[in-house]
Design a protein around this ligand. Structure first.
Ligand SMILES: Nc1ncnc2c1ncn2[C@@H]1O[C@H](COP(=O)(O)OP(=O)(O)OP(=O)(O)O)[C@@H](O)[C@H]1O
Length: 205
């Protein structure tokens, strides 16, 4: 379980929040604090006050994948294969392991055909799937997706959800502009002006 206790950071004020494994969608108007909540939960920023634990460990001790709102801006390499393999290369894993894991995640996301393409030639939706593969290749405990679907048409956004469902890490925390995507998540958290105003957990959750 992810537990958030006495969190205060910028606009965010969350006395207590727990998130079960599964896909959780964070909802709220512009400026509500969605990205801030995702960032502190992922350990990208340390909260001004409060405690966040993921299965009992602080976020910075956990393997975390991040797909940003603008995957285009975070591209490091020219070739798709190298982009997806990058997190493994940074960890200096053996070459065979890097190849194997990169091919497997591409296969699981049905993007093997893109592996030899140049990143700049991909469509917006394909770039998001590559960003998803790059975030998943290290088998993270938590995958964070910050409005990566906000520049996708709804059909492509659903494709991303399908890819996510079938390659799901233990925890997925995403913000999305599509209400019906939140509705099919395991849980959703609605925030407004930094406060959690409702939860949409399944009745038996
Ligand atoms: N580094 C920062 N310094 C000061 N204010 C910030 C900083 N980051 C975010 N904010 C402010 O905190 C509030 C919440 O921002 P946040 O990006 O978390 O909202 P959001 O719900 O993700 O919004 P959007 O849907 O527009 O992306 C906003 O008013 C924003 O201007």
């Amino acid at each position: 379980m992810i537990t958030i206790t006495d969190l205060s950071h910028g606009i965010l004020r969350i006395p207590a929040l727990s998130i079960e494994p599964g896909i959780t969608t964070v909802f709220g108007p512009n400026g509500a604090g969605k990205t801030t909540l995702l960032s502190v939960t992922a350990g990208v920023i340390l909260p001004e006050a409060g405690l966040i634990l993921i299965d009992g460990s602080p976020p910075r001790s956990c393997e975390i994948g991040w797909v940003s709102e603008f995957p285009d801006r975070n591209i490091l390499f020219e070739r798709v294969f190298d982009e997806i393999a990058a997190p493994l290369r940074f960890r200096r894993l053996p070459m065979e392991m890097i190849e194997d894991r990169t091919m497997k995640i591409a296969e699981r996301l049905s993007i093997s055909r893109l592996l030899n393409r140049k990143m700049r030639t991909l469509s917006g939706g394909e770039k998001v799937l590559v960003a998803l593969a790059t975030a998943l290749v290290t088998s993270p405990l938590l995958l964070v997706i910050d409005e990566a679907d906000s520049h996708l048409d709804e059909e492509t956004a659903w494709e991303m959800q399908d890819a996510l469902r079938s390659n799901q890490p233990p925890y997925v925390l995403q913000s999305s502009q599509y209400q019906n995507i939140a509705d099919v998540s395991d849980d959703h958290i609605r925030i407004h002006e930094g406060f959690v105003i409702s939860r949409g957990m399944n009745q038996d959750g």
